[in-house]
Write a protein that binds this ligand. Sequence first.
Ligand SMILES: Nc1ncnc2c1ncn2[C@@H]1O[C@H](COP(=O)(O)OP(=O)(O)OP(=O)(O)O)[C@@H](O)[C@H]1O
Ligand SMILES: [Mg+2]
Length: 207
Amino acid sequence: MKNKLIKINGISHTYDEKNYVLKNINLEIYENEIIALFGPSGSGKSTLLHIMGNLMKPVSGNIEYQYKPINLKTGFIFQSFNMIKELTLYENIKIAQLKRGYDEDNEIYVFAERTGVSEYLGKYPSEVSTGQLQRAALIRAVVGKTETVLCDEPTGALDTENKINLMKIISELSSERTFFIVSHDNIIKDYCDRVIMIKDGEITQEV
Ligand SMILES: Nc1ncnc2c1ncn2[C@@H]1O[C@H](COP(=O)(O)OP(=O)(O)OP(=O)(O)O)[C@@H](O)[C@H]1O
Ligand SMILES: [Mg+2]
């Protein structure tokens, strides 16, 4: 039986107290699965992701997590990488690991090896390719023993080859953690255990 990791209970959200951009979202997320959330622009995907990652509070509803603290156990990957440009890839990753309470260079080196960026760790974000940047962002999201990685259009800036590379690595890493991926990108569906559709703030379909 799969272990439940996150339980979303009746989340609703509005930014203007008029239009609800999320309407009574209920969802269970299990350990070690890759879930994709698909839906049109403006359907509420990023809003839900931010609420799940505790970046903002919903107007109503709640989320139960099987781990604590949520902030330190959640990694993020964004479409535009969000690397700190003044720091090398290694330093970007190291800061996240330290903040999560770990100081294990070996963990960084092992993930760098697995994702093929070992030789780029000492470089600055401006000195590497977009594919390499996104793999470094993935390492940053997993080091320090995160439980859940929330991804907002992680393949949006990548070409097809790099998209497939990234999703293969995510598939491998999902034996140890859960990935929740917001996307428009059909390529990623092949790598997900479940695909959920959202429209106008409501989950319409689960495949
Ligand atoms: N900070 C904000 N203030 C006001 N309205 C917002 C804010 N963020 C999002 N919205 C609105 O909430 C709705 C849902 O936005 P959200 O960003 O969650 O959609 P999305 O599905 O992620 O879209 P996209 O695919 O374009 O990224 C949209 O109508 C958007 O305009
Ligand atoms: Mg979005």
